[in-house]
Design a protein around this ligand. Structure first.
Ligand code: FMN
Ligand code: SF4
Length: 409
């Protein structure tokens, strides 16, 4: 495996929350001192050089996102650290905030300074007791040390998946229902209370802290040609050592599953991998493909948020696909009729497959997904379709067998 230092999860003897003194002892807040000396344009340049992309799932280039808010003229701007992780099977943001709150807070402060914000929010979900306590302790330490260039509040959103979408998070912070807004305007133009607001995932922000300390060029040396730095992955319960791992882009799922996870439990065989719930499946023949945006996209997938699911030789793939479809049906927020229709129909059609109602299901699913594309206020409408459409192709024989022959008449 590539020898790369862990940027976000340094090896420590304990998993307890890192204190301000411990974080500073390993160079923490040097990035904050550097930006206060060299200015915000310097930091925006370093993040552009780093080619950092957002780790919240959509992989948007961070420096480009920052341009919107930093160019906007407004009497007040905001910054939001998005820790609203509520995807089943993804724990990386919760682990990061709970173990290394100062790395996230330094990144949040840096993001705010780079974009001209004068107030910050760390957005968590109401059931995240450990991360909340860790963040409260860390903000208290910063306040006591006089190290906060602007105030940071913790806001707890409701326990739904869609509450992690950036404009749903903004609504939640404003005290409104946590449902996505129609875009444009984007948060960088008109976010919290109509003011320019930069929203980044908390892992993205912790990378910003590392970049400010070590430089964008050092970050860009890690990873592959178009995918820079490291990524946090969550390995599921069917490996021997489940948990959150940090690896550089360019490693393979085989290295992740066998090297970090110790392989599948009970000697089972990997049949396919779903890099995150809203991605496409990768088959066993792709286990050695380097994980990167440029290698997974042509295969109809993406690294997503790294909440990995592993299909083994005993998995009922039709039932698993139905479970994913049911999750999206339950979690869509009901605002957009095409999203309600698509997610409900996916479940209806997959239940018909299970009931052996015969062929024709795949055409219906593909047409529904095509019809619905870009018709929602947020990308859940596409996220729900990706694993279902991909499963039809990856497991065509399983679906055909489950659906049975055309009923007579
Ligand atoms: C349904 C839905 C749920 C999302 N949940 C999260 C989440 O829990 N955490 C997160 O950072 N981004 C989430 N996102 C993505 C955010 O909208 C946004 O792209 C991200 O916070 C931006 O940060 P980044 O550029 O650093 O990735 C979600 C998006 C959608 C459509
Ligand atoms: S696309 Fe779906 S989840 Fe997103 S806002 Fe519309 S109804 Fe809600």
């Amino acid at each position: 495996m590539t020898a790369t230092p862990n940027l976000l999860l340094p090896a420590r003897s304990s998993t307890a929350t890192e204190t301000l003194a411990e974080y500073r002892a390993r160079g923490g807040y040097q990035g904050l001192a550097a930006v206060q000396q060299k200015g915000s344009a310097w930091l925006r340049g370093e993040v552009a050089t780093a080619q950092l992309r957002g780790r919240g799932g959509a992989s948007f280039p961070t420096a480009r996102k920052w341009e919107l808010a930093s160019a906007a003229v407004a009497e007040q701007k905001f910054v939001v650290g998005n820790g609203g992780e509520h995807e089943p099977g993804s724990d990386k943001d919760k682990v990061l905030v709970q173990r290394h709150p100062h790395a996230v807070l330094e990144g949040l402060l840096l993001t705010g300074l780079a974009t001209g914000a004068s107030k910050g929010f760390l957005y968590l979900i109401e059931d995240m007791h450990g991360p909340r306590a860790a963040a409260e302790q860390a903000i208290g330490e910063l306040r006591a040390a006089g190290m906060l260039p602007f105030p940071i509040d913790i806001h707890l959103g409701p326990g739904t998946y869609v509450a992690g979408e950036e404009t749903a998070a903004l609504n939640a912070i404003e005290g409104q229902p946590a449902k996505p807004r129609k875009k444009p305007p984007f948060p960088g133009e008109a976010g919290l209370w109509g003011k320019p607001t930069t929203v980044n995932n908390v892992e993205t922000m912790a990378h910003v802290a590392w970049i400010a300390r070590h430089g964008g060029a050092a970050f860009a040396r890690i990873g592959t040609e178009q995918s820079k730095g490291t990524l946090l992955f969550t390995l599921p319960a069917n490996v021997q050592r489940p948990g959150v791992y940090e690896l550089p882009f360019g490693v393979s799922f085989r290295q992740l599953i066998d090297g970090c996870g110790g392989g599948l439990s009970f000697g089972r065989r990997v049949r396919a991998v779903l890099p995150a719930m809203s991605c496409g499946f990768l088959l066993a023949e792709h286990l050695d493909v380097p994980i990167a945006y440029e290698t997974l996209r042509p295969l109809g997938s993406s690294p997503g948020c790294g909440g990995v699911r592993i299909v083994d030789d005993t998995t009922d793939v039709v039932a698993m696909t139905l479970g994913i479809a049911e999750f999206f049906m339950k979690e869509q927020c009901g605002q957009c009729p095409p999203c309600r229709m698509e997610t409900n129909q996916f479940v209806h059609i997959l239940k018909a497959v299970q009931a052996k109602k015969g062929p024709g299901f795949d055409d219906k699913i593909v047409k529904l997904a095509e019809f619905s594309r870009r018709k929602g206020n947020c990308s859940l409408i596409e996220m729900a379709a990706a694993p279902v459409v991909s499963a039809l192709k990856a497991f065509a024989l399983d679906f055909a067998t489950a659906a049975g022959p055309m009923p007579p008449g």
